[in-house]
Write a protein that binds this ligand. Structure first.
Ligand SMILES: Nc1ncnc2c1ncn2[C@@H]1O[C@H](COP(=O)(O)OP(=O)(O)OP(=O)(O)O)[C@@H](O)[C@H]1O
Ligand SMILES: [Mg+2]
Length: 365
C-alpha cells in the first residue's frame, strides 16, 4: 500500500497542507515543535481512523478552529486508488468516508496497514502490561477483522459488567449471568487469537533479533494470562468467573479476563523488562517492529506504510543506519528527524524541511 497524496486542513499546527509522497522513502527534517510528529499522526489517523497519542479528536483540531479535515489517496498493490477522508467537527462529531461513501470509523482498519515506530515505543518493552496489550491489540486489529470485532464487544461487555458489579444488587440479578456469558464468549476468543499470534510471531521475532543484535542468544516471546491453555474456552472462562465471584463482589470489578494479560520478552531466559541492557532493549524493539511489518504484510496481503518518528534521538548512528536498511523494501517509509539523516541513503527518496506547520522540498535523489 502506498499513500500517494495527503491533505490536511486545520489539523494540529497545520492550517493547510497538500503533499505528494514518494512511494519509496520520504524524509521530514525540522527543529523541535515544527510539526513532524503531527504529520505522521495525520497519516496514522487516515490509515487507522485514530491517533497514536490523542485521547480525543478535539485535541487534533488546530487551536481556535472548529473542524479538521484529512484526506488521503492510497494506491494498492493492484494500482487501484482509494480515497479516505476523516473530518471532525465540534458540532457534528467525527465523519469517516472511503471512496466518498460514509462509513463507520473502524470499518477500514487493516485495509491501509500502518507500522508506527517512535521513541515512545520503548514503553512496549520496558513499560507496564497495558503497553504490551495495546501493541498486540493494534497489530491484531489491523490483521483480523474478527479480532477487532471481538475486542470491541469484549470492551463494551466488560464496561457493562463492571457497572453492574458497582451497584448494590451486584451479582444477584439475571442480567449479571447474561453479561458474564457474553464476557466469557468474547474474552475467550480474544485470548485464543492472542495465543495463536504469540506462537506465530515468536519465530520471526527470534530471527529478527538475532540478525539485528548479532547475538546467538535465544529470544522468547511468551503469553502470560490468568488461564491455563486448556481453560481458554467459553466454559473455562465461566468456571474462572465462578471461582472469582466472592473476590469480584468485594472489589466491585471484573477480576478475570484478557484485560489482565501480559506478554513477556525473554533473552536467554531473562525477562527483558527487568534485566535487559539498554542495547538489548533497543535491538529487541527494532526486531519487534520489523516482525510487525512482516506480520501485517503476511496477514493483510499488503505492505504496510512505515512511520519512523525521530529514531535518531534513540538510536546511535550505526544502529540508525542499519535500522533504515532493514526497513527499506518492507513498505513505503515516512521518516522524521531533527537533522538530515538522508546522507548516504542510496534508495530513491524525497526530503522536506518542516517549519511551523509548513513543508518545503529540500532535495530529490
Ligand atoms: N491542536 C493543536 N493546535 C495547534 N498546535 C498544536 C496542536 N497540537 C500540537 N500543536 C503544536 O504543534 C507543534 C508541533 O508538534 P509536533 O509534535 O509535530 O513537533 P515535532 O516537530 O515532532 O517536534 P519534536 O522534534 O520535538 O518531536 C508543537 O509546538 C505543538 O505544541
Ligand atoms: Mg516529534
Amino acid at each position: 500500500m502506498v499513500l500517494r497524496r495527503i491533505s490536511l486542513r486545520n489539523f494540529r499546527n497545520y492550517a493547510a497542507l497538500d503533499l505528494s509522497l514518494s512511494e519509496s522513502c520520504n524524509f521530514f527534517v525540522g527543529d523541535n515543535a515544527q510539526g513532524k510528529s503531527n504529520l505522521l499522526e495525520a497519516v496514522h489517523v487516515l490509515g487507522l481512523t485514530r491517533s497514536f497519542r490523542a485521547g480525543h479528536d478535539r485535541e487534533l483540531l488546530r487551536l481556535g478552529s472548529e473542524r479538521y479535515e484529512l484526506t488521503g489517496e492510497f494506491i494498492d498493490e493492484l494500482s487501484i486508488r482509494h480515497l479516505t477522508s476523516i473530518c471532525y467537527d465540534t458540532k457534528q462529531g467525527k465523519e469517516a468516508s472511503l471512496d466518498r461513501k460514509r462509513m463507520q470509523s473502524t470499518s477500514w482498519v487493516g485495509k491501509f496497514p500502518i507500522v508506527h515506530f517512535s521513541p515512545e515505543c520503548h514503553k512496549i518493552t520496558s513499560g507496564p502490561p497495558a503497553e504490551r496489550r495495546r501493541f498486540v491489540d493494534v497489530l491484531l486489529c489491523q490483521s483480523s477483522p474478527a479480532y477487532l470485532a471481538n475486542l470491541v464487544e469484549y470492551t463494551r461487555v466488560l464496561r457493562q459488567r463492571n457497572a453492574l458489579l458497582a451497584q448494590p444488587e451486584g451479582t444477584s440479578g439475571n442480567d449479571f449471568v447474561v453479561w458474564s456469558q457474553a464476557l466469557a464468549h468474547y474474552g475467550s476468543r480474544v485470548m485464543m487469537a492472542r495465543r495463536t499470534f504469540v506462537k506465530e510471531y515468536e519465530h520471526t521475532l527470534l530471527q529478527s533479533y538475532q540478525h539485528i543484535s548479532g547475538s546467538p542468544l535465544p529470544f522468547h516471546f511468551a503469553y502470560r494470562t490468568q488461564f491455563q491453555s486448556e481453560e481458554i474456552t467459553t466454559e473455562g472462562f465461566l468456571h474462572l468467573l465462578q471461582s472469582a465471584r466472592v473476590h469480584e463482589e468485594r472489589r466491585k470489578r471484573t477480576q478475570v479476563g484478557p484485560h489482565y494479560d501480559d506478554f513477556v520478552f525473554e533473552i536467554d531466559g531473562k525477562d527483558l523488562r527487568k534485566f535487559g541492557s539498554r542495547g538489548e532493549q533497543k535491538s529487541a524493539l527494532v526486531a519487534l517492529k520489523l516482525a510487525e511489518t512482516w506480520y501485517l504484510k503476511t496477514h493483510t496481503g499488503t505492505a504496510p506504510i512505515i512511520l519512523l518518528d525521530d529514531l535518531a534521538s534513540e538510536l546511535d548512528g550505526k544502529r540508525l543506519r542499519s535500522t533504515l536498511d532493514y526497513f527499506h523494501g518492507s513498505g513505503q517509509l515516512l521518516i522524521t528527524s531533527t537533522s538530515d539523516i538522508s546522507k548516504g541513503f542510496l534508495q530513491p527518496f524525497e526530503s522536506y524541511r518542516v517549519l511551523a506547520g509548513t513543508l518545503a522540498p529540500m532535495m530529490r535523489n
